[in-house]
Ligand binder design. Structure first.
Ligand code: PMP
Length: 387
């Protein structure tokens, strides 16, 4: 019964791994969500909004208060100026913003250049839009991060390419694209007159030593970039699903044209609450990355001690490892399926994030956005892994 468009896409690994976690009573380092609440001002603002009757359909583009808050945030952190009317769209999480952009921009046969591994919704929504993903590999460097070959990026562009779909800081690798890499991507976009759709949900989670550079801030890019983010990671409210897209009116309205028939609108009382969050003081935003970097370090120490070859993240909720020192056959999927029973921990096999799964067969992703005691308990369990 399944449409051929979704045949190659498979089912989400997260449901399977979370079910395994529940069955085995395992610690879930698979799915990326924090196990503590975000700022109380934000939570209280949602409660107040519900009590004061903000419970009906909000405007199609999102509440004026949140659109203004998103525009103010882009100006405050990046110097990017957007008219909240026409250049900002509120969506059901970043996921819907990406889906709206692909469904609203692509025609059948259009190609989208994407770095792989990639967040798992990308390939699915490009396929639903009738498009085709042209993957560019992010290669893990021994003991380090991930890098791409600029020639491979250039070669990925064809006459059918319409969009480069970028994600930085990057899930699942934890890579933060540096200024030189961003310039390379921007140059390709400008040379071939491409639109860039950029998913920046981890924008405030680039760890010390790495800097998040929004591609829209590069010369000549603001006019061709749709920037997507959401409140989920920044305010530890992943279940609220309040996201946004901002950029030139033409790109925002393409995303909106599709979005209006997906969810139409969402999250009425959460929208003013996320607006409160976006207006929090500099201290709140500045504290996010160092706090999470300490958790990354805790997780990395545990993974190294357990014998993995670790690629420490430069940002995001995640860190990836090469399992081959622990399991010589390098079968990440088999490893993750057996891990809950073997030691009571759940992780996600990176192959699900690849167009070419064999490229990521030996890589596994762990989440660090958990309480310290949970990370310590995970480290202890992984140390007891029989090899
Ligand atoms: N993009 C990336 C790169 C992500 O990692 C995630 C969440 N894991 C999302 C989008 C989803 O964001 P939202 O919940 O706001 O839809």
């Amino acid at each position: 019964m399944l449409t051929t468009k979704l045949k190659g896409v498979g089912t989400s690994i997260f449901a399977e791994m979370s079910a395994l976690a529940d069955e085995a009573g395992a610690i879930n380092l698979g799915q990326g969500y924090p196990d503590t609440d975000g700022p109380s001002e934000v939570l209280e603002a949602a409660v107040d909004a519900i009590r004061s009757g903000e419970n009906q359909y909000p405007p199609g583009a999102g509440t004026a208060v949140l659109r203004r808050a998103v525009a103010d945030h882009q100006q405050r952190f990046y110097g990017l100026v957007h008219d909240p009317v026409g250049e900002v769209l509120i969506t059901a999480g970043a996921t819907e913003a990406v889906a709206g952009a692909m469904l609203g921009m692509l025609d059948a046969g259009d190609e989208v250049v994407v770095f792989e591994p990639m967040f798992d919704s990308y390939a699915a929504v490009v396929a639903l839009a009738g498009g085709r993903v042209a993957p560019v590999l992010l290669r893990p460097e021994p003991g380090g991060g991930y890098r791409f070959d600029p020639d491979e990026l250039r070669r990925a562009v064809t006459a059918r390419t319409k969009v480069i779909l970028l994600n930085t800081p990057h899930n699942p690798t934890g890579k933060v694209f540096d200024a030189e890499e961003m310039e390379l991507v921007a140059t390709v976009a400008r040379d071939h007159d491409l639109v860039v759709v950029t998913d920046e949900v981890y924008e405030h989670l680039a760890f010390p030593g790495a800097t998040h550079v929004p591609i829209a801030t590069l010369p000549g890019m603001a006019d061709r970039t749709l920037t997507i983010s959401s409140g989920g990671k920044t305010f530890s409210t992943t279940g609220w699903k309040v996201g946004w897209a901002c950029g030139p009116a033409e790109l925002v309205s393409a995303a909106r044209a599709a979005k209006q028939f997906l969810t139409y609108v969402n999250g009425a009382p959460f929208q003013p609450a996320i607006a409160v969050g976006l207006g929090l003081g500099d201290g709140f935003f500045a504290g996010l990355a160092p706090a999470l970097a300490a958790k990354r370090d805790r997780l990395v120490d545990g993974l190294v001690a357990a014998g993995f070859a670790v690629h420490p993240a430069e940002g995001t909720y995640f860190t990836t490892v090469d399992i081959r020192p622990v399991q010589v056959d390098g079968d990440g999927m088999g490893f993750c399926r057996s891990l809950p029973d073997r030691c009571g921990v759940v992780a996600v096999p990176c192959e699900v994030f690849y167009e070419r799964p064999e490229q990521g067969r030996h890589l596994v992703r762990f989440a660090c956005c958990k309480r310290d005691e949970v990370l310590d308990e995970s480290a202890e369990r992984l140390a007891g892994l029989d090899r």
